[in-house]
Design a protein around this ligand. Structure first.
Ligand code: FES
Length: 104
């Protein structure tokens, strides 16, 4: 398990937003749904698309891939709708001193 790395200041991820970040060459999608902040791998497991370019549904707790509409839970990374079959990786986060930290 590696060290904690700063993802962004907390005010860079307001409630209701999903944003893509690149940290150490790794593309991540961070979501703030109002109940918390969640981070998953940004690349869809079905094809070459960034989940942060798709749709974010806080009621269903999913990200929808912009290419074929596959759904992924941003809470546990699990696939939630075709054609998504494999989960996306999730990353632990913590908030400290006004910064969102992620464990890569
Ligand atoms: S590339 Fe994401 S569902 Fe196909």
């Amino acid at each position: 398990m590696s060290d904690w790395t700063e993802l962004c200041p907390t005010d860079a991820l307001p409630e209701g937003e999903a944003r893509g970040f690149t940290i150490d060459g790794l593309r991540l999608c961070a979501v703030n749904d109002g109940t918390g902040i969640f981070v998953v791998a940004d690349l869809c497991t079905h094809g070459q698309a960034y989940l942060s370019d798709g749709y974010f549904d806080a009621e269903e707790c999913v990200l929808e891939c912009p290419l074929h509409g596959g759904l992924f839970s941003y809470r546990d990374g699990s696939p939630q709708g075709d054609p998504a079959e494999k989960p996306v990786r999730t990353f632990p986060i913590r908030v400290e001193g006004g910064r969102v930290m992620v464990q890569l």
